[in-house]
Design a protein around this ligand. Structure first.
Ligand SMILES: Nc1ncnc2c1ncn2[C@@H]1O[C@H](COP(=O)(O)OP(=O)(O)OP(=O)(O)O)[C@@H](O)[C@H]1O
Length: 265
């Protein structure tokens, strides 16, 4: 991870819904190649922050720079070029139900006019296999897939244009523990092999242990603290302490320390 090169830079973010203040003076840097886990209590504004970074929502104040571009003031063509450099996966995969998996993965590729239909389909099949879906999954419709497969298909679509950054909103929510662990390994493996930067909103302590290089804790309307899992153990803030020392944290820690089912460390 190159700490001199933040590819996402948030400064002084304020987010208000009427009188409800969600963020106030929030700052955050995300570095190229890292997997950053964003945690915080319910309603602390993790998903809203993700949506603000990708331009789906506007903060009340502050600046958001992604890959050197100011998301809030960029011209339309600059914004579109930027959008091609990131991929987003929402909780349930957010697939189009009337399109099969291959066609879903092809959607972002349609902006490249020089790609013919056969090449698009072949590239989509490549992405489908990269996320570990079976070879025939491209022909299936979202309703024919399990929750875990839908998430993989959503990830394949996020990877459609070979992005530099992937945003994941609660990727393991709703998965059984084995499916969640497989998804964690997939994210970690893809990030390392493709050099992807991952911005990951989660409640899942196992995911933090298995995948994240750094963690950012949202509390008191800002990023209260950032650091490694190890560094989180020594933060003396009531929520942070409870989260990283509670019974679930202890269970996640001991399962992360144990060899996994395949005998790998
Ligand atoms: N469009 C909106 N209008 C009004 N309030 C909103 C809107 N979007 C989000 N909020 C509020 O902003 C706060 C933060 O929401 P957000 O979904 O980001 O929380 P979160 O940290 O992701 O929570 P969780 O962990 O429960 O998913 C919540 O109180 C939510 O009700």
């Amino acid at each position: 991870m190159d700490r001199t090169d933040p590819i996402i830079k948030l400064r002084g973010i304020d987010t208000r819904f009427g009188s409800h203040v969600v963020h106030e003076g929030l700052d955050l840097d995300v570095y190229r190649g890292e997997i950053l886990g964003v945690v915080g209590g319910s309603g602390t504004g993790k998903s809203v922050l993700l949506r603000e970074i990708v331009g789906l929502q506007k903060p009340s104040a502050g600046s958001i720079e992604v890959l050197g571009v100011d998301v809030r003031t960029a011209e339309e063509d600059e914004r579109q070029a930027l959008e091609a450099r990131w991929g987003v996966m929402f909780q349930d995969g957010a697939l189009f139900s009337s399109l099969n998996v291959r066609e879903n993965v092809e959607v972002p590729m349609r902006r490249i006019e020089t790609l013919d239909a056969d090449t698009r389909a072949a590239l989509a099949d490549l992405k489908v296999s990269m996320v570990g879906l079976p070879y025939n999954a491209g022909d299936k419709f979202p309703s024919e897939l399990s929750g875990g497969m839908r998430k993989r298909a959503g990830l394949a679509r996020a990877l459609s244009l070979d992005p530099e950054i992937v945003f994941l909103d609660e990727p393991t929510a709703g998965l059984d523990p084995i499916g969640a662990a497989e998804f964690d390994r997939l994210i970690h493996g893809l990030s390392r092999s493709l050099g992807l930067t991952v911005f990951l909103v989660t409640h899942d302590l196992d995911t933090l242990h298995a995948t994240c290089d750094r963690i950012a804790v949202l509390a008191e309307r800002k990023v209260l603290v950032t650091g490694t899992m190890q560094e989180m153990q020594n933060v003396h803030h009531p929520w942070v302490h409870e989260y990283f020392h509670g019974p679930r944290a202890r269970a996640a820690q001991s399962s992360a320390a144990a060899p996994d089912r395949n005998g790998q460390e």
